[in-house]
Design a protein. Structure first.
Length: 371
């Protein structure tokens, strides 16, 4: 399959640590300047949001550490020290092209909590409307390790959803996805276009891990899953190659292009499917499974056989079929206690059971995303 020029209104460019920092010595200003040339070359006709790693790598050098810090306090301190240096360099590098930057630090909670998600979205869109270049990173200094997004590949896919981008470009120090590990296997070749991510690709990706950042190929494939399933194209490309972003937009065969699988999911459905870790699970019977998957129906109380987790009305939950597979996500109209009471009941009985009725549906079709 060949590639065509991409019509891109808004893109997210993720910059990996390995591209702008060296272990031990920290940031490389000339690399950042070169990236600014790349990004400035496409900004304007397209709106650009940058997601940049490198804070921890930069900060580690400031703390006098030779390698990536391992303990949480060290990582968080490194992020604090390094983020300032990172932004200082970006500020200067983009100013040389007349571009003004803005720093946006996000945590998982800003993404999984719907009001905060909408708030972050409004902030980013307002920055773009004022022609600023948002530079996003995870707020590593305050984010608690257990509930972090954890890597900027996944974060950048979530940001692409957040700002409704058409394209996500992961710039790193590798020039794409290979059929094997190119450092060990001379026959390994770059894959130009990925139509669908296969288990074999995931297996190969699991074998590579970058020395500096958090992400290896596995997190890049996770990002590709998130992006393409929501209708956002993704490219992994070599951020050191001059003209790389222009070439990507022109549809030239650089890096690896992941074709978007679906039509673009509406913004709200993207959030339901990807942003919010499900707060619980609803097991449904075969009839409800069929009605949801083939019939385009909503989930009614009668189809629910089991309720897991402590969720509130308005939370996202996963739907599990009789074989135990999660096949959909949706936002519930009732909390876990209420759904447990309503389980198996007819809609006409809701009011009698609860003493009130919010909606007939446990999950309305509009709040449901099938996988
Ligand atoms: N947020 C981390 C940093 O700025 C990087 C995470 C990653 O490497 O994916 O250093």
């Amino acid at each position: 399959m060949t590639r065509r020029p991409l019509s891109v209104r808004r893109l997210v460019v993720k910059v990996g640590s390995g591209l702008i920092a060296t272990p031990g010595t920290g940031l490389e200003p000339e690399r950042i300047a070169a990236l600014a040339v790349e990004i400035a070359g496409v900004a304007g006709p397209a709106e650009v949001v940058v997601v940049s790693s490198g804070a921890i790598a930069a900060g580690a050098a400031r703390l006098g550490l030779r390698r990536r810090p391992r303990s949480i306090p060290e990582k968080q301190a490194a992020a604090a020290a390094g983020q300032a240096a990172l932004m200082w360099h970006y500020e200067q590098a983009f100013a040389a092209h007349g571009l003004r930057v803005a720093q946006v630090l996000l945590t998982q909670e800003d993404i999984s909590h719907r009001p905060r998600y909408l708030n972050a979205r409004n902030t980013l869109l307002t920055l773009l409307a004022h022609r600023l270049l948002p530079i996003v990173n995870e707020n590593d200094t305050v984010a608690v390790e257990e509930i972090k997004v954890g890597d900027n590949d996944n974060l950048s896919a979530l940001v692409a959803h957040l700002v409704d981008a058409d394209l996500l470009v992961l710039l790193s120090d590798t020039d794409g996805l290979y059929t094997g590990d190119p450092r060990r296997d001379p026959a390994a070749r770059r894959i130009d276009v990925v139509e669908a991510i296969t288990p074999e690709m995931e297996r190969l990706a699991g074998l590579t891990e970058g020395p500096l950042g958090t992400g290896g190929m596995l997190t890049k494939l996770e990002a590709a899953q998130k992006a393409t399933a929501a209708g956002v194209a993704m490219v992994i490309a070599d951020g050191r190659a001059p003209g790389v972003l222009r070439a990507v937009l022109a549809g030239e065969p650089v890096g690896t292009y992941f074709r978007p699988r679906a039509d673009r999911l509406a913004a709200r459905k993207r959030w339901i499917a990807f942003a919010s870790p499900p707060q619980g699970l609803l097991h449904v019977d075969a009839g409800a499974h069929r009605a949801l998957v083939a019939g385009g129906k909503s989930l009614l109380p009668s189809g629910v056989v089991k309720v897991e987790g402590e969720f509130s009305a308005g939370d996202a939950v996963g739907l599990v079929d009789p074989e135990g597979r999660e096949f959909a996500r949706g936002v519930v109209s009732y909390d876990a206690r209420e759904v447990a009471l309503l389980r198996g009941a007819k809609t006409a009985e809701i009011e009698r059971i609860l003493g009130y009725r919010v909606l007939d549906e446990i999950i309305h079709r509009d709040n449901l995303v099938l996988f």
